[in-house]
Design a protein. Structure first.
Length: 109
């Protein structure tokens, strides 16, 4: 993989706590920056899904440049869809790219 394969813009969002009028707080998501990544869909096993393929969220392999810090607790915004981490980000053996498995997040906002 070369740097030219990083064609998808990913926005990093972290939790922010906003005080409400009753002395509590409301959880919102604050934008923390963007980075370029390669997003590759991962195939799922249809036999394992028992005919409910449409109900299983899609998984992707996400790759980006080493040195770009992306917290695992962050939510990622890609093409108006939210992604969440399923695995810890890991560097490749050449220390050029970091990769992780992410999944589409079902949001009710």
């Amino acid at each position: 993989m070369s740097i030219t394969h990083l064609r998808e813009r990913i926005r990093v969002q972290t939790r922010a706590y906003v005080p409400d009028r009753l002395g509590g707080y409301k959880v919102t998501w604050a934008d923390r920056g963007d980075f370029w990544a390669a997003v590759t869909p991962m195939a799922s096993d249809p036999e394992q899904l028992d005919g409910t393929k449409d109900m299983v969220p899609l998984r992707y392999r996400l790759r980006w440049r080493v040195g770009t810090k992306v917290p695992v607790t962050a939510r990622l915004l890609w093409r108006d869809q939210h992604l969440r981490f399923l695995s810890q980000p890991r560097e490749d053996v050449y220390r050029r790219f970091t990769s992780a498995i992410v999944q589409l997040e079902v949001t009710h906002e």
